[in-house]
Design a protein around this ligand. Structure first.
Ligand code: MRU
Length: 359
């Protein structure tokens, strides 16, 4: 199977997180080095890198790169190092609000070095006596190891999601997916597309229907691109064609990703997912959310508490057109995500198995 281009990687020699610029796909495969926290923030905000797990990995690596530069330029003591890491983690969290993997990843990073913070005077003294633990160079190494762990765990978890999800597939099945929850949305292999890749690697022939996913077209530009690259049979649909495809009997199962799963199972994902779930219920098609445990947020009780990102109206009025396709100044509603209530979800495919009710 031909792999899609790598989503991102750490370039130690140049102190950079190198990301594939997904705004230029599928026309151009171009990589951009991120060398500061500000560049990482901007790349996440502007969707150069996107997809909940990929955003988390970028933030973790971006935090590490920032701290490496900070140590080189400012020679901080341990306390200053810890304060700066916390500040930058909080700053990166503001780039996008809905995907919990972002806050999860910066928290994992800050927690890895937290044992060296908030010490009593005596503990601080003792810690400082133990350079193997407390020096900024050591903390930097902990941050690098932690970020790489997040990166590698993501790929491994996705492979497990793929193996578990593939048990639900049979040769010749039609699968509908929305947005891009593939290799490009993660450090590799994807979540909603992972079962498809896994089955494809086993030689199973499948038909995939990819919603184009207005307004930013992650389905058309990214899902169609990566499935076609991998040699999977993919058919692109406008979002408003999904009901017809289901009514035709062409869809046997639906796999989508998630940006945040609330404690009660309500799931935020790309705008339009809710409509797909409602249609699936009508046509009796199983609807699965594919996501690692890092996307499950026990601190958010229900979908009502999930913050939904609102994006630039120009994505709706201007983005793909030679000239604006709406009257100047028209009011635009452009939420990036919606919440699918748990009762519409057949099950959750995670790295630990397929979770089915009763949960
Ligand atoms: O706005 P995006 O492109 O970041 O939205 C992506 C999605 O909604 C994905 O389905 C979700 O992040 C899961 S990615 C494995």
């Amino acid at each position: 199977m031909q792999q899609p281009p790598r989503t991102l990687y750490l370039d130690d020699a140049n102190d950079a997180v190198v990301i594939l610029d997904q705004t230029r796909l599928p026309a151009e495969v171009a990589y951009v080095p991120l060398t500061t926290a500000e560049e990482a923030w901007r790349a996440i905000k502007d969707l150069l890198v996107r997809g909940a797990p990929a955003i988390g990995v970028t933030a973790a690596l971006g935090l590490y790169i920032h701290m490496k530069r900070f140590v080189q330029e400012k020679s901080p003591d341990t306390d200053a190092f810890l304060i700066e890491a916390k500040r930058v983690g909080a700053y990166l969290n503001t780039s996008r609000p809905t995907a919990v993997n972002l806050q999860w990843a910066t928290k994992v990073m800050c927690d890895a070095i937290a044992p060296y913070a908030n010490k009593t005077e005596e503990e601080t003294y003792n810690t400082k006596q133990s350079p193997a633990y407390a020096q900024p160079a050591t903390l930097l190494q902990i941050l690098r190891d932690t970020a790489m762990q997040i990166y590698n765990d993501d790929i491994n978890n996705n492979r497990s999601i793929g193996q578990h999800g593939a048990t639900l597939l049979k040769p010749g099945m039609g699968i509908l997916t929305h947005c891009n929850a593939g290799a490009l949305a993660t450090a590799g292999y994807g979540t909603a597309l992972a079962p498809i890749y896994c089955a494809h690697e086993q030689g199973m022939s499948l038909r995939v229907y990819a919603d184009e996913t207005r307004p930013v077209l992650q389905g058309a530009r990214l899902t169609a691109f990566e499935l076609q690259t991998a040699g999977v049979d993919v058919t692109l649909l406008c979002d408003n064609m999904a009901a017809t495809v289901m009514a035709n009997g062409w869809v046997d199962i639906i796999f989508v990703g998630a940006d945040r799963v609330a404690a009660n199972g309500d799931t935020a994902n790309k705008i339009g997912t809710l409509g797909v779930a409602i249609m699936a219920k009508h046509y009796g098609i199983p609807f699965y959310v594919c996501a690692p445990f890092s996307t499950i947020d026990p601190a958010t009780p229900t979908g009502r508490e999930i913050i939904i990102e609102q994006r630039d109206p120009a994505e709706v009025t201007d983005l793909w057109y030679a000239q604006p396709m709406a009257p100047a100044g028209v009011k635009v509603y452009n939420p990036s995500f919606d919440v699918t209530p748990a009762e519409l979800i057949t099950g959750y495919i995670t790295e630990n198995g397929v979770l089915l009710p009763p949960f």
